[in-house]
Write a protein that binds this ligand. Structure first.
Ligand SMILES: Cc1cc2nc3c(=O)[nH]c(=O)nc-3n(C[C@H](O)[C@H](O)[C@H](O)COP(=O)(O)O)c2cc1C
Length: 357
């Protein structure tokens, strides 16, 4: 399967517009997820069939420690099929209180040599109510976890702090009322929105978390962290998170530092948005390591950013991650990556010791 993807499928798909490929992939996946035959077909290609993994984090048992990161399945259309490609869960979204059209196109570009995507989506999604309905009508696969990533609606009505907080709270309340989602991630660090990354300062994060604390919720809550802050600034956000109902952190979001692009010649003329993949890897792993060293087990750590191989996955776990999330690895390396990571975990005695079962 690796050969087929690398040599045949990828060269063809990479000739097409990335957003078009993304849409085709989602349509194909959603179609396969609708029937038993479709699910069996995908599972036969990409399903992990080894010893059960049973990876338990914050009381949730995962069949695989690898989750799809937020932004790929932003409308929850793949929530019934991703278990067949060896994902243990799907972080759906980011969803917003009102539907969001997204930024003007082009909003997705590939930097092939850098193994990175330039992402300028601007939180395009159908809005929380439509996504709740879709998930209610989706058969949830057994032992498969739905996380929901919540962001604020990307328009000029939410640029004030008060309106932004109300927007997050609306989605969070509705998801809890409807009992949709096994965990929630509050995305405070989307680089592509009106008014910028507005909740990545302690002064603004604190009132947001204070309001979210008031909404009844019995599930784990994670924060999606920015990766472009200095350690002192990052640490200040963790200190605020520590004072609230935050179980853990996803480290982290896209890289905004274009100077780190190692092949600038393949970059779009005018960068807009954030960089994924290899260009996130070092920053994310360093922040995971420092968070683990400083905070021990206070925060669950979800390692995300530049997992392009089994070794990258193991490096994130060694640095202190409890779970893994990826998107770019699946695109640049292929959909067999998740299965390979599961196999490596099954066969890795050192990791078995850290398995939380
Ligand atoms: C196309 C695309 C859309 C994304 N949209 C979101 C989003 O809506 N919310 C979010 O928290 N992160 C979003 N991200 C960031 C990813 O969740 C992840 O943090 C980042 O891509 C690093 O992981 P990777 O190197 O495995 O791709 C997006 C990433 C990509 C590639």
């Amino acid at each position: 399967m690796k050969w087929l993807y690398q040599r045949i499928l990828k060269p063809i798909l990479f000739l097409l517009d990335p957003e078009l490929v993304h849409n085709l992939f989602v349509q194909f996946g959603a179609f396969c997820g609708k029937t038993k035959l479709g699910r069996c077909f995908v599972r036969s290609l990409y399903g992990y069939k080894g010893k059960p993994i049973n990876w338990t984090v914050d009381g949730i048992s995962y069949a695989s420690p690898v989750l799809l990161a937020a932004g790929f399945d932003y409308n929850g259309k793949l929530a019934g099929v991703l278990d067949t490609v060896s994902f243990g869960g799907d972080e759906i979204g980011s969803v917003t209180a009102r539907p969001t059209k997204g930024n003007p196109k082009p909003r997705l570009r590939r930097m092939v040599k850098s193994k990175s995507l330039v992402v300028y989506k601007g939180l395009k999604n159908d809005g929380v109510e439509a996504i709740i309905q879709r998930l209610k009508n989706t058969k949830k696969p057994k032992n498969f976890i739905w996380g929901i990533s919540i962001a604020k609606t990307n328009d000029d009505q939410t640029v004030t702090t008060k309106a932004g907080i109300q927007d997050y709270c609306y989605s969070f309340r509705r998801l809890n009322e409807e009992n949709i989602g096994d965990f929630y991630t509050i995305n405070i660090s989307c680089p592509n929105v009106h008014g910028g990354e507005s909740f990545t300062s302690p002064e603004l994060l604190s009132p947001l978390l204070k309001e979210l604390d008031k909404i009844p919720c019995d599930r784990p809550i994670y924060l999606k962290m920015p990766i472009n802050l200095d350690w002192e600034e990052f640490q200040a956000l963790l200190t605020i998170a520590d004072q609230h109902r935050v179980h853990g952190v996803v480290i982290g979001n896209l890289n905004k530092n274009y100077d780190e692009a190692n092949y600038p010649e393949e970059a779009p003329e005018n960068y807009r948005g954030g960089l994924s993949g290899l260009l996130c890897k070092k920053r994310s792993t360093d922040l995971i390591r420092r968070t683990k060293t400083t905070w021990g087990n206070r925060f669950t750590i979800i390692g995300c950013g530049g997992i392009l191989s089994v070794d990258d996955a193991i490096e994130k776990l060694d640095a202190g991650a409890d779970l893994l999330q990826l998107i770019s690895g699946m695109i640049f390396e292929g959909p067999h990556l998740m299965k390979d990571i599961c196999k490596a975990i099954e066969g890795n005695v050192a990791l078995d010791k850290t398995m939380k079962n």
